[in-house]
Design a protein around this ligand. Structure first.
Ligand code: SAM
Length: 303
């Protein structure tokens, strides 16, 4: 426990997929005047330096965001609307023009929220929770944000349903422990009982372990049980490294391990606009971050 640090992974292809979808969902939800609550059950440290020792060691951003930007420039690819918005958001965090920092999910979410929206974020890691709190303090957002150094799966229970009955829950565990897969399923089941109309976005690594393989199936069954729409997407940038969880969850210990090659998002109650938006940007993600012939995406949604 606690060997996972998102600093090693910030800006990788999985972040590109997850944060692009996050922006799309929040942008849709804030079109209505009524306030929303965003809950991030596994928030990370909030902001990551891309020139830190961790980032330099893993070089995961080189196979994610940096590769996307490099190829877009070299191939003179005009980014579609959603991917373009994601890149502009990163530029807002890097006003000097050089790509120095990568904003994590709580910072991206907060940047889109209006004054009357709420952000509730959980982080358990002793160091990352302190760093997160500091970043949150600097936002001077007052009571808009609540930071909890608690277990996000458990803490979520007290926040559902949100007062306005409009909310997004991002569940983005490190899957450092195998039990995280079952906890995600139990958490979604419990959350749907409390707040069936909420939007839930679960990230997971596409790796060759039965729990990861079964997770989207189990989430789909839960959505179907309560007759709610769902969307499932995966992005693969390269072949290989299917067998080992260690390759996915590179830590600060040991030699550099090959990075994750694919990841997925399962979303319950997605905005109806999300599927066409992802259809528009997934091919570009593959074109710009794909490394070999196995690069590709899947996208399926309830009818
Ligand atoms: N959501 C972040 C983003 O997109 O920028 C990345 C989060 S990272 C994948 C997962 C984080 O969850 C890690 O920082 C880890 O310390 C934290 N964590 C692990 N177990 C947790 C738990 N039970 N409750 C809250 N945080 C947890």
């Amino acid at each position: 426990m606690f060997s996972y640090r998102h600093a090693y992974h910030a800006g990788n292809h999985a972040d590109v997929l997850k944060h692009t979808a996050l922006i799309a969902i929040i942008q849709y939800m804030i079109q209505k005047e009524v306030g929303i609550s965003v809950v991030d059950t596994h928030a990370g440290a909030g902001i990551y330096r891309l020139d830190s020792d961790a980032a330099e060691l893993s070089k995961e951003a080189d196979e994610g965001l940096r590769l996307l930007l490099k190829n877009a420039g070299e191939k003179k690819v005009e980014l579609g609307e959603l991917l373009g918005e994601y890149v502009q958001e990163l530029e807002r965090f890097n006003p000097s023009g050089a790509l120095k920092v990568y904003p994590g999910s709580p910072m991206i979410a907060q940047d889109y929220l209006r004054r009357h929206d709420k952000l509730k974020i959980f982080e358990l890691h002793p160091t990352d929770s302190r760093v997160l709190e500091k970043h949150v303090e600097q936002l001077r957002a007052g009571r808009q944000i609540n930071c909890y150094k608690e277990d996000g799966f458990e803490g979520l229970k007290k926040l559902l349903p949100p007062p306005t009955r409009r909310g997004l829950v991002l569940i983005d565990p490190s899957y450092e422990m195998k039990s995280d897969y079952a906890r995600v399923v139990n958490c979604i089941q419990d959350s749907l009982r409390r707040f069936v109309t909420g939007t839930y976005m679960v990230w997971y690594p596409v790796i060759a372990r039965p729990e990861a393989h079964d997770l989207p199936k189990r989430l789909r069954a839960l959505a179907q049980e309560v007759h709610k729409p769902w969307l499932h997407t995966t992005l693969r940038v390269k072949s290989g490294q299917m067998g080992s969880q260690l390759g996915v969850l590179g830590t600060n210990k040991g030699p550099k391990r090959p990075g994750l090659s694919a990841s997925g998002l399962f979303i319950i109650n997605p905005p109806h606009t999300l599927e066409p938006q992802l259809k528009g940007c997934l091919p570009q993600m593959v074109e710009l971050m794909g490394q070999d012939a196995l690069a590709g995406f899947t996208l399926e949604a309830s009818k």
